[in-house]
Design a protein around this ligand. Structure first.
Ligand SMILES: Cc1ncc(COP(=O)(O)O)c(C=O)c1O
Length: 416
């Protein structure tokens, strides 16, 4: 693999090779990452990257689009089938681009949006002041309850009455329990607001039927395709039929130029994979693994935010272990375990320090780890945190991690 790069650009080859080894030898527990299949990678590396295709299938601004039209139609039809949606736009370059298109399809700059507090699990594009969402819209934040750490629907309802946001942006980057989509739709209807559900994190689980789908309630659904969906890095917009025209126009020419046809082809592969029975089994295992890992960590004295998980991720409160999220991320990295520091609700620490880490099981499940391996992972995590200042011990854990990982090759038969 990568023979041309090796010959032409040894510096870059070294970086790619290093990353291949890092992905193979480490336990990837970042909740938003996964290992795309070889077929997805092939589509991404295909010559479709050479093609300009502004517009949509059958209505392009460039000639020679007959082949890429087939790819885009496949992606659209499969996405609609996968999520039971009436319309799909497969062109957003990323989840954030999909969210920009969703907002601008329904409301105008200056309008009010209600989204989940970033430090309670929300995403930057749901209203962070530095993000376009916080700069172009007035933001009202929903919170989780201090006691239950579940979304405080009653408080949100009161906020709607007081602030009258025009759009509810529901969904999260770090919320491990079930969203009550039906209740949010009722709230949106009560106060004449639109409901957008950003299912970036849950998309694979929803596609497989192991997490509730908002499809019957949301005006627009947005997602990334690279997290639990296990496809290429990219975005996707799903909606009811009446929004089709405005979404398509808002995304192009409103928000993007030419689509990334190689990425769209890879999305088509990803959706085909996600329609298979094997994908359903995979997602069931992702949730089983997350629940087992949460229980194993709890047994070792770690507090899991909201008491556990109903999906692929969990937020771990480290305060009882006398370590910050930042230091835990560093210690775990040295032990060959990749996680990200993350605020816990009502975190006393700033976002660059945090009291927690977020852990997810999509990637380790893709490489074949099962429930029984979760106890091993929990013990490695606990060991690394206990030995946070002991580089020799951390190196020893990294060796054990490497041995475990060797039993689960990320791309069997992939030579580099
Ligand atoms: C809920 C949610 N929405 C949107 C995004 C943005 O996706 P991207 O990084 O592709 O812009 C993310 C990414 O982490 C996310 O978690």
């Amino acid at each position: 693999m990568y023979d041309e790069i090796r010959k032409y650009d040894p510096q870059l080859y070294k970086a790619i090779k290093g990353e291949v080894l890092r992905q193979q030898n480490n336990l990837e527990l970042i909740a938003s990452e996964n290992y795309a299949s070889k077929a997805v990678l092939e589509a991404l590396g295909s010559i479709l990257t050479n093609k300009y295709a502004e517009g949509y299938p059958g209505k392009r601004y460039y000639g020679g689009c007959e082949c890429v039209d087939i790819a885009e139609k496949l992606a659209i039809d499969r996405a609609k089938k996968l999520f039971g949606a009436e319309h799909a736009n497969v062109q957003p370059h990323s989840g954030t681009q999909a969210n920009i298109a969703a907002y601008l399809s329904l409301i105008n700059p200056g309008d009010k949006v209600m989204g989940l507090n970033l430090s309670h699990g929300g995403h930057l594009s749901h209203g962070h002041p530095l993000n376009f969402s916080g700069r172009y819209f007035k933001i009202v934040t929903m919170n989780v309850s201090k006691e239950t750490e579940l979304l405080d629907y009653e408080e949100a309802e009161k906020l709607m009455e007081k602030e009258r946001p025009k759009l509810i942006m529901a969904g999260a980057s770090n919320y491990s329990r079930i969203w009550d989509w039906k209740r949010l739709k009722k709230m949106a209807d009560n106060w004449k607001a639109f409901l957008v559900t950003d299912i970036a994190h849950y998309a694979g689980l929803i596609a497989a039927g192991v997490y509730p789908s908002p499809v019957e309630y949301a005006d627009i659904m947005t997602t990334t395709t690279h997290k639990t969906l296990r496809g290429p890095r990219g975005g996707l917009i799903l909606s009811k039929a009446p929004y089709a025209r405005t979404i398509d126009r808002t995304n192009f020419p409103g928000n993007q130029g030419g689509p990334l046809m190689h990425a769209i082809a890879a999305k088509a592969v990803c959706f085909k994979e996600a329609l298979s029975p094997a994908f359903t089994e995979y997602q069931k295992q992702v949730v089983k693994n997350a629940r087992k890992l949460a229980r194993e960590l709890q047994a070792r004295g770690y507090r899991i935010v909201a008491g556990g998980t109903d999906c692929h991720l969990m937020s771990v409160d480290l305060r009882a272990k006398d370590i910050t999220g930042k230091d835990a991320e560093i210690a775990l990295d040295k032990a060959g375990i990749t996680v990200n520091k993350n605020t816990i609700p009502y975190d006393p620490q700033p976002p660059m320090v945090t009291s927690g880490i977020r852990i997810g099981t999509p990637a380790v499940t893709t490489r074949g780890l099962k429930d029984r391996d979760m106890a091993t992972i929990a013990s490695y995590i606990d060991d690394a945190i206990k030995h946070k200042n002991d580089d020799k011990a951390l190196k020893g854990i990294a060796e054990q991690v490497k041995t475990l990982c060797a039993r689960f090759p990320i791309y069997p038969g992939f030579e580099i």
